[in-house]
Ligand binder design. Structure first.
Ligand code: ZN
Length: 334
């Protein structure tokens, strides 16, 4: 009984990591696109024990918002008929994988593996915190995993349909006496694993930096993971993964205001609208209410966890505002 209750509780913790749908232009054109047509060059199809796959990109750059199209071919095998692929690969195709989403499990290694493989939630990959070289794959990259739940970013909703999910073993957070969330650290070895895996995925699908996100970015009112200890700046600096602001741009925005000026602006409804519009334009699914309501605070908290991890209380300060403006300037929505 205790065990079953425990399991129900566990699956509840991760249940939020669950759900669905596609859309949007990310704006990155694949470099070195190899164009072929059915009447000119036949792209080679390689056959081996892993299956069949194209060895070159055959996608149409004008239709392809962020991916290339080499890789596996899953095909029909109709009885008594032959599916012919070699001479008719369409130009108008690309991958469905547009996003990379990071999570932490809030569980230890064994419980993470159990819940993610046997319950209602899943992810494509699970990165343990052991001192080994293994990364677990739980779901085929071509299939949908249930890790994002109700989620949105820019024009896209239900990101399970269009994302790869990576769950990272980490115990999450506890709350101290003052009510502050204290998050567990990630080890350097574990981050190296995460970075190698993420780099491989981002490169293969040409996922743009604006689509490499935290679970908390795409579901800020429900989620905190992977939290402020997740090293986004390191991933950007050392592995060219995801977004980060330019320091000089941030400084120029910072020098244009002061904490005193900001504190008077904080009660101005037009200023609140402006900040909410900044967050919404950047990508967050936030209603423009004109007040520092709970969704706005949670969105600010998610933003700070990602880009200003020294302070993640959900309250705007000059530093957070300058970082937000610097990012908007660098990664404007297409
Ligand atoms: Zn999550």
């Amino acid at each position: 009984m205790r065990n079953s209750l425990y399991f129900i509780a566990l699956s509840f913790i991760l249940l939020s990591c669950a759900s669905n749908k596609p859309a949007q232009k990310a704006g990155i054109k694949p470099a070195n696109l190899v164009r072929t047509t059915s009447s000119t060059v036949k792209p080679p199809i390689k056959h081996d024990v892993q299956g069949d796959y194209y060895t070159v990109n055959i996608a149409d750059g004008s239709k392809n918002d962020n991916t290339v199209s080499y890789g596996s071919i899953v095909t029909a095998k109709p009885e008594k008929y032959k599916v012919v692929r070699t001479f008719f690969p369409a130009l108008a195709q690309n991958f469905r994988q547009k996003y990379l989403i990071f999570h932490y499990t809030a569980l230890d290694n064994d419980k993470s593996a159990t819940v993610l493989s046997q319950k209602e939630v899943s992810a494509h990959y699970l990165v343990n915190d052991k001192d080994d070289k293994e990364i677990y794959q739980l779901v085929d990259e071509n299939k949908r995993a249930y890790h994002a739940g109700i989620s949105a970013w820019r024009n896209d909703k239900n990101l399970n349909d269009t994302s790869i999910g990576i769950e990272i073993v980490n115990l999450g957070y506890t709350v101290d006496a003052s009510g502050k969330k204290i998050f567990a650290p990630f080890s350097d070895d574990q981050i190296k694993k995460v970075a190698a895996l993420a780099k491989d995925i981002v490169n293969r699908y040409m996922i743009p930096p604006t689509n490499v996100l935290a679970h908390s970015d795409i579901a800020p009112s429900r989620k905190q993971d992977p939290g402020p200890n997740f090293p986004w700046k390191k991933l950007y600096d050392q592995y060219q993964i995801g977004m980060w602001y330019d320091e000089a741009t941030k400084q120029s925005f910072l020098s244009a205001t002061t904490p005193e000026v900001l504190s008077t602006q904080m009660t101005d409804i037009n200023f609140i609208f402006k900040v909410q519009n900044f967050l919404h334009s950047f990508g967050y699914d936030l209603a423009l209410s004109g007040s520092w309501d709970a969704p706005t605070q949670r969105t600010l908290e998610a933003f700070q966890c990602h880009f200003r991890p020294e302070k993640y209380d959900g309250v705007l300060d000059v530093e957070t505002l300058a970082i937000l403006q610097a990012l908007l300037q660098k990664y404007s929505a297409k």
